[in-house]
Design a protein around this ligand. Structure first.
Ligand code: BTN
Length: 331
């Protein structure tokens, strides 16, 4: 596992601020309140993480190359420097799933905003007990720990907020306008680009934690994974590899904004309003997959808790959580 530490983060920040010039170890130490020896140790640590840093006698350290790992936690914590979330970021080259270790950390009182990310998941999990294919090098897989100060009955709003955070990040970073499929799939056309899994622990009146896992097909080569035509990836849409760390940090910043806003009712109303505009499920014929029998109807709106309202032959039904199939108009 690779993790950042405070000294590594500030040393990297100073080296980046020097923009192509050497930064003196003594000055970095003074600015960051650590000894020259600690600066040197941090530089060694950064080199181990893949950063190209040259020592220039009598001048200092010159940052020549960033880490080839686009999920390097020191870099991520630097980008998230002014965001209360994203501290710490923990990175593993391979994990079974990013969800379980973060839930364990949540139970051990880890701080809100902690992130776990991995290059590969060997047992990635999707919603409703499904698998989430997580080959190395291609996808963005991460989980974020939140402790939202909202009533447990409103927890669906956190999932909708996550979908909105992904939607906005993709629009801002790549100028790609996606659609949202209720409750939290991000579609490009009809193909799935990103899935979200939120797992929570609560007691009456209080949410202990929500761990939201985001799986985004960033640089996944869909020809190699044998994925169906109903799967999209950013590399296929943009035609070039994308930087997963930039996407992760944009999503974390936006989620912090949306979830903090949920603490007052106006924030919830605004979220539902924004989500509704981007939700392609609304106004469509849908099949709601249920354990006993499927329900067919038209998805008409979301209620104030983010549940889906469906008009069927037997009147209006409200679904807090369900698997939805979009139907063609003639189905
Ligand atoms: C879905 O659409 O079914 C949800 C997919 C969620 C996948 C992410 S990847 C990061 C986190 N770790 C997991 O094992 N699953 C979630």
């Amino acid at each position: 596992m690779i993790r950042s530490n405070g000294t590594k983060r500030v040393v990297l920040q100073e080296l980046m601020l020097a923009e192509g010039y050497p930064a003196a170890g003594e000055l970095i130490g003074e600015k960051s309140g650590v000894s020259r020896q600690s600066v040197w140790k941090a530089v060694e640590g950064l080199r181990d993480d893949g950063y190209g840093i040259r020592s220039i006698p009598h001048k200092g350290y010159l940052l020549e190359e960033l880490s080839p790992n686009d999920l390097d936690p020191t870099m991520l914590e630097n980008i998230l420097y002014d965001c209360p979330w994203g501290h710490p970021v923990l990175y593993w080259p391979s994990l079974a799933s990013t969800q379980e270790p973060l839930k364990e950390m949540a139970r051990q009182n880890a701080p809100e905003g902690a992130v776990i990310t991995a290059d590969e998941q060997t047992r990635g999990r999707g919603r409703l007990g499904r698998n989430w294919e997580s080959p190395p090098g291609g996808g963005l897989y991460f989980s974020l720990l939140m402790r939202p100060r909202i009533s447990p009955g409103n927890i669906q709003l956190v999932s909708l907020a996550a979908a909105m955070a992904v939607w906005e990040s993709i629009l801002e970073l790549f100028n790609i306008s996606c659609d949202l499929k209720w409750p939290n799939d991000i579609l490009f056309g009809e193909a799935k680009l990103c899935g979200i899994l939120t797992e929570t622990a609560s007691e009456p009146g209080k949410v202990h934690y929500a761990v939201t896992g985001i799986g985004l097909n960033a640089n996944v080569d869909l020809r190699l994974t044998g994925s169906s035509a109903r799967t999209a990836s950013l590399i296929a849409i943009t035609g070039k590899p994308v930087h997963r760390g930039r996407i992760l940090s944009a999503i974390v910043k936006k989620l912090h904004h949306f979830v903090s806003a949920l603490e007052n009712p106006e924030g919830g109303r605004k979220l539902i309003e924004d989500y509704t505009k981007r939700c392609t499920t609304l106004g469509r014929k849908v099949r709601v997959v249920q354990e006993t029998e499927d329900i067919f109807g038209k998805a008409v709106s979301l209620d104030e808790r983010g549940a889906l309202v469906v008009e069927s032959g037997e009147g209006r039904r409200v679904f807090a959580a369900a698997d939805i199939v979009h139907l063609r108009q003639n189905q």
